[in-house]
Design a protein around this ligand. Structure first.
Ligand SMILES: Nc1ncnc2c1ncn2[C@@H]1O[C@H](COP(=O)(O)OP(=O)(O)OP(=O)(O)O)[C@@H](O)[C@H]1O
Ligand SMILES: [Mg+2]
Length: 452
């Protein structure tokens, strides 16, 4: 059988095994096939080598007397850019464990293996490396400038259409950064009010003393300092859309004034007794649970019902499946263009982390991250090493009851450190150990920490 020559000549491979005869056999075979081969008798030596040299592939035995090959796997995944790793195991039963740790069957080879099996596995891995990277480029499904085609977003698009066909009030709900303002704009721009203004009011920002004049405007001389009459948000939005953002933060006094205006569809400017008709669609948004606020008496129920004619609930990004990768592609292309930089490519591992990450800040967090990666990534290829620490950590931990205590401990320490932004003094206090012990544990578990 002929093995496809990819980047074979000159492709560097590090082989790690505690048995000198095995090392020798593998080395001889790979060299005969044209690879440049380095060997290491253990994980420590391998890591020392990788700190100084770069290779395309690491092949490691799992079961070694000092440190398990799984540690090397973890090290490579989290610290080495652009290197594949393949595991050799003499115990088929370990397969399960390996699978739990790792992504995909082609990453290990079961002993005993023939020369052919070794070479074809190696060539498969290197081939995978040679053509991985790119986020698949396909036309992005865009609806109203909103990216995403997950079922959750399809439902959102249907509601946007329905709301746009009428002029009813709309309540947009969703965690921070899920795109609530984007939805509000989408409704405005697909409504018949499209030629009218879109006015955003941040309900948190208006002090009670200025409320009425900000919302409804004032006439000249209405109060000291009112030297000219001035329109309020309701007048400015006339014929268009008034977007009341962070409505959950509106004070009770603001809620009262809004209720009256929305209910009667008319307002008075401060200092005037002339009633003015208002003609603006109201869209409100919040990331708080409005119903709960109503229950607690912090949000008026009558206002809640006035606003909540159509409710659009945006799903959190972590529930949108493939949308995540589409958004990555979208922001990558957009931001690279804006910054005049080449569009970087991502390793499969990074994409996998993206898919499983929590995205607490939702699309905004993703956008900021891509921006950071486009700016900071040296070269045009982004790997796990380039990700912020808290994301690197969300991979590679075996969950379940087959985990050694040391690993669970290391994970807990890592989580505490992340939460405390690396503050070791506070972390030690929470963990109930002294700083020295903590430092020792961090070192032993090889946890990446900043400002070490
Ligand atoms: N589906 C999407 N497609 C493209 N861009 C999006 C999408 N969702 C959000 N964005 C972008 O993400 C950022 C955050 O969105 P937006 O401001 O609408 O969120 P929000 O829900 O109003 O957040 P907050 O509650 O923090 O105000 C914006 O830059 C927006 O353009
Ligand atoms: Mg917003």
């Amino acid at each position: 059988m002929n093995h496809k020559k990819i980047t074979r000549n000159g492709t560097k491979i590090l082989v790690v095994d505690d048995s000198p005869p095995t090392l020798e056999v593998i080395q001889r075979n790979l060299e005969a096939a044209g690879y440049e081969v380095f060997t290491a008798p253990g994980v420590e030596e391998a890591i020392a080598f990788l700190e100084q040299n770069s290779v395309g592939l690491v092949i490691t035995d799992i079961k070694m007397p000092k440190i398990s090959g799984l540690k090397l796997l973890k090290y490579v995944k989290e610290n080495v850019k652009g290197t594949e790793i393949m595991i050799i195991t003499g115990y088929p039963s370990i397969k399960g464990a390996v699978e739990a740790v790792k992504d995909g069957a082609e990453n290990y080879l079961v002993k005993p293996f023939t020369d052919e099996e070794l070479l074809s596995a190696v060539s498969r891995m290197l081939e995978k490396q040679a053509n991985r990277h790119a986020v698949e480029v396909k036309p992005l499904p865009v609806s109203h400038n909103i990216i995403g085609s997950s079922p959750g977003m399809q439902h959102v698009y249907r509601l946007i259409e329905k709301a746009s066909a009428t002029d009813v009030n709309v309540l947009v709900l969703g965690e921070s950064g899920t795109g609530k303002e984007l939805v509000a704009r989408a409704i405005h721009y697909s409504s018949k009010t499209v030629s009218g203004p879109f006015v955003t009011v941040n309900c948190t920002a208006i002090p009670d003393s200025l409320l009425e004049s900000e919302l409804f405007g004032h006439v000249k001389g209405a109060f000291t300092g009112a030297e000219a009459s001035r329109a309020g948000f309701f007048q400015i939005a006339n014929g268009g859309t008034l977007f009341l953002d962070e409505i959950g933060d509106a004070s009770l006094s603001m809620q009262g004034k809004l209720l009256r205006a929305i209910q009667n569809k008319e307002i008075f400017m401060v200092g005037s007794s002339r009633v003015q008709k208002i003609d603006a669609r109201i869209i409100v948004a919040t990331n708080t649970n409005l119903k709960r606020l109503v229950k607690k008496g912090l949000f008026r129920e009558d206002l809640y019902f006035r606003l909540n004619i159509v409710e659009i609930s945006l799903p959190p990004l972590r529930e949108r499946g493939e949308d995540i990768l589409m958004l990555v592609q979208f922001f990558m292309e957009k931001l690279s263009r804006d910054m005049n930089r080449p569009v970087p490519q991502f390793s499969d591992k990074v994409l996998k982390i993206f898919k499983n990450y929590r995205w607490q800040g939702n699309v905004r967090e993703l956008e900021n991250l891509i921006q950071r990666l486009v700016v900071l990534a040296d070269g045009d290829f982004i790997d796990v090493v380039d990700l912020p620490e808290h994301m690197r950590f969300s991979i590679n931990w075996r969950k379940g009851l087959n985990r050694p205590l040391a690993e669970v401990e290391a994970e807990h320490i890592a989580n505490v450190l992340i939460r405390l932004k690396g503050n070791k003094t506070r972390a030690a206090r929470i963990l109930g150990i002294d700083r020295k012990t903590l430092r020792e544990k961090i070192r032993r578990a090889k946890l990446p920490t900043e400002n070490e």
